[in-house]
Structure formats: structure tokens, C-alpha cells
Design a protein around this ligand. Structure first.
Ligand code: ATP
Ligand code: MG
Length: 401
């Protein structure tokens, strides 16, 4: 049994966090952590001067606390997370907790102590703490050198009002803002590589994300729907998606493909998708649409075509990847953990009824004229009606029927 309680200290960026803003941010992050750490032996989470502290149950192993720490690092709003022990504000206790933390660290040949005193009611300042506790730890690990510049290991020591926290493991977090602190958006989510990344980016800026997936059903199989569900589960691990609407678009694409000038098909499909997404956004009270488009990547992603699709809706359309190239997007998809899933082939509404030479410079009047042939608003109503809802765990999201 460990003498000290295991903790994870959650650090966040404080820039721009002032007054009311700050406590809203902290409360949101605290609630998100609380919900996402349900599978772990967590007793409670508290705010302690500029940090959130996750307290683990007595008997929690190093492995369990570490696993929880790895999850915490990926939760939006977390700038850094440190895994260690809580102890009393007494030098001997801090030393002992430091020894415990260092004993669990991977091999290291040099170290230093980095102390931070949050309350001047503790008489020893941080410089002296570094020296005193550092000296004690050096005595306990005589084979290890003390090194101020670039040591292999940094032992963090944070003294707050009623306690001290000591850790030897500290990892960089994903950063950003806690999901639920910047409103709600509707993300067009295919099973491709790009749109999961664009959704993730919005979630990391604090947006609650609702996905909309258009499948080619009944003209294609439902493979893409399974892949999108797998992708949503990846996003769900860190609370980055609340629900996904699956909309079977196949028959409507077929109608368009039968009579529309072939080169305009893609623009018409996309305008229909945007309109359905906008209708769902109104239902969800979401403030914007989000896509995974990147300028010039494929035929539909030219400035002219983007303008033509945007003209179909009133909501702002965000494209977080517009200036990003494919290799960067792939690297992000790997970081998210969606790349493998997205690399599987699935026919969806994009592969269905594709023309040989899609228009790359669509002109709005011609597009609008071609659209006259179809009962678009009736289709939008039917498609919204036909949408299937899949829910995922997003702590801030208030579910609507
Ligand atoms: P992705 O990798 O995200 O599939 P892409 O490179 O295949 O993108 P497009 O097919 O032109 O590019 O799609 C552009 C964007 O339109 C996607 O990033 C996504 O936001 C949206 N989109 C495309 N297909 C679908 C779909 N079947 N369901 C929902 N949204 C889609
Ligand atoms: Mg795609």
C-alpha cells in the first residue's frame, strides 16, 4: 500500500481566462474530466489554485493512474498533466513522496527539482525548496547526477494552501478549450481521412460536434455507416462528438444523376447535403456547419465550387483544413487514431454516380437552373425525416429527442 494518495495534476493555459470566463472554463473542464474518467478509480476532482487535481482511490496502481493520465492528456482543454502523489507540506514528506515518484520513473541519469509555491503562507520559497528537497533526493539516489539544464528527469513539486503535490511524470496535453465551452456545430462526416480531423479540430476549440453522414444506401451497402460509427467511437473517447445523424442519400443521388448535366452532379449532391445538414443544425440549435475540405484537393474543392455549395445555405460553413495539405492531415488522423479506419474502402454517396468530368468552376446561375428540375425542399424534409440518430457520450451535451 502506498503511503501517499495518487493524484494527477491537470494544468491548463490561463491566457485569456479572466473573471467569470475562467470559472466557467474550469467547471466545464472539471465536469468533462469527471465524466470521461468514469472507468478509472477516481475519488474526486478538485480545483486547486490554477490546476485541477484528480484524486485516485487508495490502492490504485501506478499502471492504472498512468493509464488515466494518458486519457486526461487527450481531453480538450488540458495543456499538461502530471502524475504523482499528494503529501503534507513538510520537507520529509515531500522528500519521501519524491522518492516514491522517482522510483517509478523510467531509467534516468540526471534530475532536478522544480518547485512552485502557490501560497506565501508556506515559509520556504521555491528556490530553497529546489535546493533542500533536491539535496535530499540526491542523497537517496547517489548514482544520479543533479543537473539544472536538460536533466533526464524533472521532479515537480507544487505547494498549495493545504497540501503539496509531487510528480516525476508529466506529459503535454492536447490543449485547446473544453468541449461545451464554444457552442455547437454540425460536422459533415464521411468515412474518409479529412472530416474526422476537421471535427476533432472544432471539438478542440471547445465546440460540441454533431456529425451528419450521408450514406449511399439503398444504392450501396451500409459499410460507410459502420466506419463512421467506428470513427465516432474514437472521437467519443475524449468527448469530441455528441451524436451522428445517418442520412441515406442513394435514391436522391440517383434521381439527380438520371437527369442533371453530368458535370454538375457533384455540386448538386453537395448542395443537397449542405441543406440537409443545415436543417439538422436548426433542429440541434447549432451555429455553423463544418467540412473537411482542403483547397484544390479534389474537383469539388475549388473556390468556385465552394462558393456554389455555400450559396445553398445561410449558416456559416467552417473548413478547418482549408489550408492544410494531405500529409499534415494524415499525421493528425494518426494522432487522433482514426487513420486506420478511414483507410478502409467504403462506397458512400461520394463514390456513387460520379461523373467522368466533374465541373471545377461551377457557375451559380447554371447550378440553380439545373436544380429547378427537382423538388429540393421536399427532398430536404424527407431526408431529415429519414435520418437515423446515433448517440455518443459527450458530457456537456443536453440530449434532444
Ligand atoms: P473526406 O476525407 O473527409 O471524406 P474528401 O477528401 O473525400 O474528404 P470530398 O469527398 O470532396 O473530399 O468531401 C469534402 C467534405 O464533404 C468532407 O470532408 C466532408 O466534410 C463532406 N462529405 C463528403 N462526403 C460525405 C458524406 N458521405 N457524408 C457526410 N459528409 C461528407
Ligand atoms: Mg471522402
Amino acid at each position: 500500500m502506498d503511503k501517499f494518495q495518487r493524484i494527477s495534476l491537470v494544468h491548463y493555459h490561463e491566457i485569456g481566462l479572466k473573471g467569470h470566463n475562467r470559472s466557467t472554463f474550469e467547471m466545464r473542464l472539471l465536469k468533462n474530466l469527471d465524466a470521461l474518467l468514469k472507468p478509472f478509480p477516481v475519488v474526486t476532482i478538485h480545483r486547486i489554485s490554477g490546476r485541477l487535481c484528480v484524486f485516485f482511490r487508495e490502492g490504485t496502481s501506478f499502471e492504472e493512474a498512468n493509464k488515466a493520465t494518458d486519457v486526461i492528456a487527450k481531453i480538450p482543454g488540458v495543456a499538461r498533466v502530471s502524475c504523482g502523489y499528494k503529501c503534507e507540506r513538510v520537507i520529509d514528506e515531500m522528500t519521501e513522496a519524491g522518492i516514491a515518484a522517482m522510483s517509478e520513473a523510467d531509467s534516468f541519469a540526471s534530475f532536478k527539482v522544480q518547485a512552485r509555491r502557490n501560497h506565501t503562507d508556506f515559509p520556504i520559497n521555491s528556490m530553497d525548496l529546489n535546493r533542500i528537497v533536491g539535496g535530499n533526493l540526491s542523497d537517496a539516489f547517489p548514482q544520479v547526477a543533479v543537473k539544472m539544464k536538460n536533466p533526464d528527469l524533472t521532479v515537480g513539486l507544487e505547494v498549495v494552501q493545504n497540501a503539496a503535490y509531487v510528480y516525476a511524470r508529466s506529459i503535454v496535453g492536447i490543449g485547446g478549450l473544453p468541449v461545451g465551452s464554444s457552442g455547437r456545430v454540425v460536422c459533415l462526416l464521411s468515412s474518409g481521412i479529412d472530416s474526422p480531423v476537421s471535427t476533432w479540430k472544432m471539438a478542440r476549440r471547445g465546440a460540441e460536434c454533431i456529425g451528419v453522414h450521408f450514406s449511399g444506401r439503398p444504392q450501396t451497402s451500409d459499410t460507410s455507416e459502420y466506419l463512421v460509427d467506428d470513427i465516432a467511437h474514437v472521437l467519443e473517447r475524449t468527448g469530441c462528438i455528441a451524436r451522428v445523424y445517418v442520412v441515406p442519400l442513394g435514391n436522391y443521388q440517383r434521381e439527380i444523376a438520371l437527369s442533371c448535366p453530368p458535370e454538375l452532379r457533384v455540386v448538386l449532391y453537395r448542395r443537397l447535403m449542405f441543406r440537409v445538414a443545415e436543417a439538422l443544425a436548426h433542429r440541434e440549435r447549432a451555429g455553423a456547419l463544418v467540412t473537411g475540405e482542403s483547397l484544390g484537393q479534389v474537383a469539388s474543392q475549388t473556390l468556385d465550387n465552394i462558393r456554389c455549395t455555400d450559396a445553398a445555405v445561410h449558416l456559416p460553413v467552417f473548413r478547418p483544413l482549408i489550408g492544410t495539405d494531405k500529409l499534415e492531415i494524415i499525421a493528425e488522423a494518426q494522432r487522433l487514431g482514426s487513420f486506420e479506419i478511414s483507410s478502409q474502402d467504403a462506397p458512400d454517396c461520394c463514390t456513387l454516380f460520379m461523373p467522368r468530368n466533374p465541373e471545377t468552376h461551377a457557375k451559380l446561375p447554371l447550378v440553380e437552373e439545373a436544380e429547378q428540375a427537382y423538388p429540393i425542399s421536399q427532398w430536404v424534409e424527407e431526408l431529415v425525416e429519414a435520418a437515423e440518430v446515433h448517440d455518443y457520450a459527450c458530457p456537456s451535451y443536453k440530449r434532444r429527442a
